[in-house]
Design a protein around this ligand. Structure first.
Ligand SMILES: Cc1cc2nc3c(=O)[nH]c(=O)nc-3n(C[C@H](O)[C@H](O)[C@H](O)COP(=O)(O)OP(=O)(O)OC[C@H]3O[C@@H](n4cnc5c(N)ncnc54)[C@H](O)[C@@H]3O)c2cc1C
Length: 573
């Protein structure tokens, strides 16, 4: 594989105590080239899996824009002096794994030619591509301190100083709605409480404000109970079912219209995927994948980690997806294994400032009970649970992340097959803002217009552009049978043309926004407007059992604002 931009130099591990030759360093001579875009959790777990599973048949190259791997979860402990974020030289990690590394950022994919383009204009050919570029954090609550990771540790430290000097009496830790990783909000709140207790301060009020109905709802009932106990003990309030919108003039404003009086707010970011031309992405920039993590509508393009549309953004989940993708790729390379599908098991290590909590939940729809324990229930007892990455890093640094522990008997729990029904268990509750109770506000059904034309994913861009021009419309809905699978706007057509595709040959499915955000006829107009404002879009398809039945636009909502019979009870807009 040709390298682009600069080739990373291999160096020694700056923070390794013992760099052990734990892995086979032989580079294969085989011709099957695997390009992994990314240098984070999913990319490294996939590279390690491929080295093992591909039977030396695949040549693996990482493509990443920066030469460092950050172990971010420990960032929550840094402001309290309870841990230091480690970082690793990516070139050295790649060399240790026996894979190549090119510095550069994936910008586009030509699925038909099997070529990846970088932001600097380089082209890389691949036989299989794994996209593991992670997600980009965006501030979700204007006026709050957005905690994205190591870069914000210092700002939390400054907040603690402000508390110490008596300037701050109330702090809210906010989990935003939409794609996010909620654990750090709880960790920051509990560690702040523990910090205050240690300094004998009992006059500062702390609370978690979250769309979840129970603490860490994602982890299931057992974990919620355990975490509620920890919050109660630490004196941290829990304001559930709440969607924070902004912090202004000492008030944390909620979508319901209520406001909480709060001096300072620490909010987690909302996550989005970055735009990669040539493959269908959701409006939030995520990639839909199947159970082997193959990107929908492609043959040899896979995705793993935060960039996928799987609703849980978490390192352990990223690693599990990476394993599923790597095994499927190994089969493409000619390996004889039977690839296992992605079976999501959520494992979270909650730092509390005192004893940590190990939480585990089977999201695959299996029968396994939830777990909450103050002793390790996986090994090594790391924050990010990657089957190969966790022991690999532990062996490199010669350290166990939690000292003085011995491996428990029993080992890692058995995985169970993926059942999408399992994902309905509390996962989608924080994904969209709430609607008002029936009858309290006008609904989308009263304002929607008839459906724009429906096309199939294989329709060409040229056909669609002709249709748009003839009917003077700016978008079409893409269906598979009767089911809505995407939306294509005139802007998408322009993007494809600017990319250099031939409109008569390019299929709609490659350029549409996949799995668009939709509403139903009973969604309130207020909620529809919130969605459009939040996502920066002008239209929302209206569906009934996944079948498109109409469309509602911002203008329709604005018109309803002028309507004299509009009720004031609603979502506060
Ligand atoms: C403060 C904090 C605490 C967390 N705590 C936990 C925890 O306790 N447990 C847990 O499991 N998870 C935790 N997470 C989440 C976890 O870090 C992420 O879910 C995980 O890192 C996602 O892995 P990924 O490989 O998808 O993305 P990342 O690890 O973010 O890696 C993305 C990689 O892609 C590279 N990249 C970016 N753009 C491009 C491009 N265009 N082309 C090529 N490469 C690109 C990046 O440089 C990076 O190397 C936490 C996250 C934060 C921020």
């Amino acid at each position: 594989m040709r390298s682009v931009e600069s080739r990373a130099r291999s160096r020694r591990f700056p923070d390794a105590r013992v760099a052990r030759p734990a892995h086979d360093r032989r580079v294969t001579s085989d011709d099957f080239s695997v390009l992994i875009a990314g240098g984070g959790v999913a990319a490294l777990e996939a590279a390690l899996t491929l080295r093992e599973a591909s039977e030396q048949r695949a040549r693996v190259e990482l493509l990443a824009p920066e030469p460092t791997f950050w172990y971010r979860p420990v960032a929550v402990a840094e402001p309290f002096g309870l841990g230091t974020v480690r970082h690793f030289d990516l070139g050295a990690l790649a060399e240790e794994m026996g894979v190549g590394l090119s510095l550069g950022a994936l910008a586009a994919v030509d699925v038909d030619r099997r070529e990846a383009r970088t932001q600097a204009g380089g082209t890389l050919r691949y036989d299989a591509l794994l996209i593991a570029c992670g997600a980009v954090p965006h501030a979700a609550v204007p006026g709050a301190l957005t905690f994205r990771g190591p870069a914000d540790s210092e700002r939390v430290r400054e907040l603690l100083d402000a508390i110490d000097s008596g300037d701050v009496a109330t702090v809210a830790f906010v989990v935003p709605w939409g794609a996010t990783w909620s654990l750090p909000a709880y960790e920051l709140a509990l560690m702040t409480a523990s910090y205050l207790q240690a300094s004998g301060r009992h006059d500062v009020e702390l609370a978690i404000v979250t769309p979840e109905l129970r603490p860490l709802q994602l982890f299931g009932g057992t974990a919620s109970e355990a975490v509620r106990g920890l919050l109660d003990e630490a004196g941290v309030g829990f304001v559930g079912g709440s969607y924070a919108t902004e912090h202004v003039d000492g008030s944390l404003v909620l979508l319901s219209g209520e406001a909480l009086s709060v001096d300072r707010v620490v909010a987690l970011p909302r996550l989005r995927g970055q735009r990669i031309d040539g493959i269908p992405q959701t409006l939030e920039g995520f990639l839909d994948v199947d159970e082997h993590c193959r990107v929908s509508g492609t043959d040899v393009v896979f995705a793993a980690g935060d960039i996928t549309s799987f609703p849980v953004k978490q390192g352990g989940i990223a690693a599990q997806q990476a394993v599923a993708a790597a095994e499927a790729i190994a089969v493409l390379a000619g390996a004889s294994l039977v690839p296992r599908p992605f079976r999501p098991i959520l494992r979270g290590l909650l730092l509390t400032g005192a004893e940590p909590q190990y939480l585990r939940r089977d999201l695959s729809g299996g029968e396994e009970p939830d777990w909450a324990s103050s002793s390790p229930i996986w090994w090594p007892p790391t924050k990010i649970v990657g089957r190969r990455l966790a022991p690999f890093l532990a062996a490199l640094t010669g350290e166990m992340p939690v000292s003085g522990l011995e491996p428990p008997a029993g080992g890692v729990p058995v995985d169970l097959p993926l059942d999408p029904r399992g994902l309905e268990l509390g996962l989608s509750s924080s994904d969209v803002p709430p609607t008002s109770p029936a009858g309290e506000a006008r609904s989308v059904g009263t304002a929607m217009r008839s459906c724009p034309p429906l096309v199939e994913a294989r329709t060409t861009l040229a056909e669609v552009a002709r249709g748009m021009r003839e009917r003077d419309i700016g978008s079409v809905l893409v269906v598979d049978g009767e089911r809505l699978v995407g939306i294509l706007t005139a802007r998408d057509v322009l993007r494809a043309v600017a990319h250099g595709v031939t409109p008569g040959h390019a299929a709609v499915g490659r350029w549409m926004t996949a799995s668009p955000i939709t509403v139903t006829a009973s969604t309130t107009l207020d909620a529809a407007e919130t969605l459009m404002t939040e996502y920066g879009i002008h239209h929302l398809p209206v569906v009934e059992n996944e079948r498109p039945v109409g469309i509602v636009g911002l203008r329709d909502v604005t018109r309803s604002r002028r309507s004299p019979e509009r009720l004031s009870i609603g979502l506060g807009f």
